[in-house]
Design a binder for this molecule. Structure first.
Ligand SMILES: [Zn+2]
Length: 252
């Protein structure tokens, strides 16, 4: 979904690669982020956010035999408004299937991954925020480490999910980490609006990046627009490249 901040081509990968602030972000290991015996809970506003934001981290956590829970908040059916090629009914079936395929491509053992689908309305999460916070809360343990979209990500659903997770974590005592996704698009490479001091990089080895790239390509609906109504792909090549860096960033 395109919103105010998410227009045009966004900040290029080349610009991010020249960012001094990004270069200075310290690294953290998956092992340290999610200690032994803790569980990682990934809360994704739309099918694909889990892979684009922390697919590499999920793969590493699975290698460490941490248990994982994925909460898919919406079915992503509002990604192609007005499209007869990608009507809501089709997207609501296909996008969760794309997530399932992507998780498979990330080599996540399905026995260690619990997957919960929230069924909240795509594009309108802010109006359901309190119900969402309660829903997430019911799925959390005090020892969980939650990864979700940053509450300043510049996309209304991503921000609402970030806020709802913060409320649920405050009540349950679970630890919250936020992940930027659309911020890579609207922020400039030295942007003071990003919480750099909270940022940590999870470094990804070439095999993990290759897996993540393969997983990202499972989201065929997002790689295609609808030429009939002049709708560009949600994830054109330039956007995808920016999300396939050799690291993922979390805000602690
Ligand atoms: Zn999203």
């Amino acid at each position: 979904m395109r919103q105010k901040l998410i227009t045009g081509r966004g900040t290029s990968l080349r610009a991010w690669n020249a960012s001094q602030k990004l270069a200075a972000v310290p690294a953290i290991s998956a092992d340290l982020l999610v200690p032994p015996h803790a569980r990682a809970v990934i809360v994704a506003p739309h099918p694909d956010d889990e892979v684009l934001g922390c697919g590499g981290l999920m793969h590493q956590l699975a290698q460490l035999e941490r248990s994982l829970k994925l909460i898919s908040v919406t079915d992503g059916s509002a990604s192609h408004p007005g499209s007869t090629l990608w009507p809501v009914e089709r997207l609501s079936v296909i996008r969760p299937q794309e997530s399932a395929e992507a998780l498979h491509r990330l080599d996540l053992p399905m026995h260690s991954l619990k997957w919960v689908r929230g069924g909240f309305t795509d594009g309108n999460v802010a109006d359901q925020e309190e119900r969402l916070a309660n829903f997430i809360q019911r799925h959390l343990l005090p020892t969980d480490v939650v990864f979700t979209t940053w509450a300043g990500d510049g996309h209304a659903d991503h921000e609402a999910v970030g806020r709802a997770c913060a409320r649920a974590c405050a009540v349950t005592g679970a630890l919250l980490h936020e992940v930027p996704i659309w911020a890579w698009h609207w922020a400039n490479a030295e942007d003071e609006r990003l919480p750099w001091e909270r940022a940590r990089k999870v470094l990804l080895d070439p095999m993990t990046i290759a897996r993540k790239r393969h997983a990202a390509h499972a989201f065929a609906s997002q790689l295609q627009g609808d030429p009939l109504i002049g709708l560009e792909p949600i994830l054109p090549a330039g956007v995808l490249e920016r999300l396939l860096q050799p690291f993922e960033v979390v805000f602690l």
